[in-house]
Write a protein that binds this ligand. Structure first.
Ligand code: KET
Length: 398
């Protein structure tokens, strides 16, 4: 019956993380998956999350199905985080927000929605992008193309080429944009570049789809929402999938949201209705617990403030690790420019290591980075940064 089924080649991120778990070597270092580890190498349980868990545990009640679009309290607090309290688009009721199963779920529901209501639209992804973007959008039946993004020569952004390519797309093309902390390169648009891109999106009538998976890991929770707010203020209609996996360290709770900014409240109601139908025929409704953690934290001023300060501390620790890695490896490999470790933002750096070098780093030294050369710098700590730099230096020496 099943003999014809093709073997699964595995996922470049999740399967590598599984290999890491199986690796018996005690000194192994996991810089593969996009997970924030603390200085002790553990996935932290944030204090704000612990407190929210205690609040929820003190009021254990019935566990009904949530509505298809998720819990009302969750859906009320998320837009305030993305757009800021008092943003007119919230008051105007023109943002349709639904709770999603991680931001991956938000991307998939958005993709299914686009396939139904914009059947002729193809999607354009940055080159490179998170590996799963292609899989999600192709899986929803969309044709996937890429636009220029990362500059291999400089380690920076090919902004002009990006803008010029987007300026040639057919109307209603969908453009996936990383709102901050680009995965895998760590190379972001500046505010001025966002401002320069917006007229192109408008003139070409393009549909932006923002992926905001790392809010708070770039500059701050507020600053990292710049693209979301600037696109809204320009009058564009667009999608944004945001995640709490990383920023609240609640990966397995699967909490995220999909928001669609619409021209007016009437269209937002139409969109929300069809998003509900998309959810109903996929998984019916989202899980209860994670969304309630998020709603409790964002809905309680003290917990929200605590969470903001904890995210600040995570970002500061990552930046300190970037500096240490840069200092150590620059000393070990003189004459080579490692400034990208300092300029790239968020959890990732794109090291430029070849597939063979990444394989050697893993096989010989037990240091796991993606075969694309992406390193999760949020997996570095004071106990492993030196060994990482040494291993990388050895591999680069050939
Ligand atoms: N978008 C981006 C850009 C992203 O990096 C991830 C996860 C997601 C969405 C999905 O997150 P969710 O937990 O569904 O809200 N990235 C890391 C983990 C993974 O591949 O699933 C990673 O790149 O390692």
């Amino acid at each position: 019956m099943f003999a014809h089924i093709a073997p699964y080649a595995g996922d470049p991120i999740l399967s590598l993380n599984e290999d890491f778990q199986k690796d018996p070597r005690p000194g192994k270092i996991n810089l593969s998956i996009g997970i924030y580890f603390d200085d002790a190498g553990k996935i932290p349980v944030m204090e704000s999350v612990r407190k929210a868990e205690a609040v929820l545990a003190a009021h254990v009640g019935p566990k009904p199905y949530l509505p298809m679009e998720g819990a009302a309290n969750f859906r009320a607090v998320v837009p305030k985080l993305l757009w800021g309290e008092g943003h007119p688009a919230i008051a105007e009721g023109r943002i349709a927000t639904m709770q999603s199963v991680g931001s991956s779920g938000g991307l998939k529901v958005g993709a299914d929605f686009i396939k139904t209501w914009f059947p002729d639209s193809a999607i354009w992804l940055s080159d490179p992008t998170w590996d799963n973007h292609k899989a999600v959008f192709e899986g929803a039946g969309l044709t996937v193309h890429t636009y220029p993004y990362y500059d291999n020569a400089t380690g920076g952004l090919r902004f002009d080429a990006m803008r010029d390519t987007l300026a040639t797309l057919p109307p209603k093309s969908v453009v996936l944009l990383h709102a901050c902390c680009h995965n895998p390169t760590g190379v972001d648009l500046t505010k001025a570049q966002w401002d320069a891109l917006i007229p192109v999106l408008k003139e070409r009538q393009l549909i932006a789809f923002l992926d905001l998976a790392y809010q708070g890991f770039g500059d701050s929770i507020e600053e990292d929402a710049y693209a979301v707010r600037a696109l809204t203020d320009s009058g564009l209609s667009f999608f944004v999938a945001n995640s709490f996996s990383k920023s609240m360290s609640v990966y397995g709770e699967r909490c995220g949201a999909l928001s669609v900014v619409c021209p007016n409240a009437a269209e937002a109601a139409l969109v929300l209705g069809q998003l509900k139908f998309t959810v109903r025929r996929n998984y019916s409704n989202p899980p209860l617990h994670g969304g309630q953690l998020v709603a409790t934290i964002l809905g309680t001023p003290e917990l929200k403030a605590l969470w903001f300060s904890e995210v600040d501390a995570m970002r500061t620790r990552i930046q300190a690790m970037r500096q240490r890695l840069h200092a150590i490896i620059s000393a070990k490999v003189p004459g080579r420019d490692f400034s990208y470790f300092l300029t790239q933002r968020g959890m990732f750096s794109y090291t430029g290591l070849t597939v063979a070098q990444a394989d050697r780093l893993r096989e010989e030294f037990g240091v796991y980075v993606l075969r694309s050369g992406r390193m999760c710098v949020a997996g570095l700590n004071n106990g492993n940064v030196e060994r990482t730099a040494e291993a990388m230096a050895a591999v680069l020496a050939g």
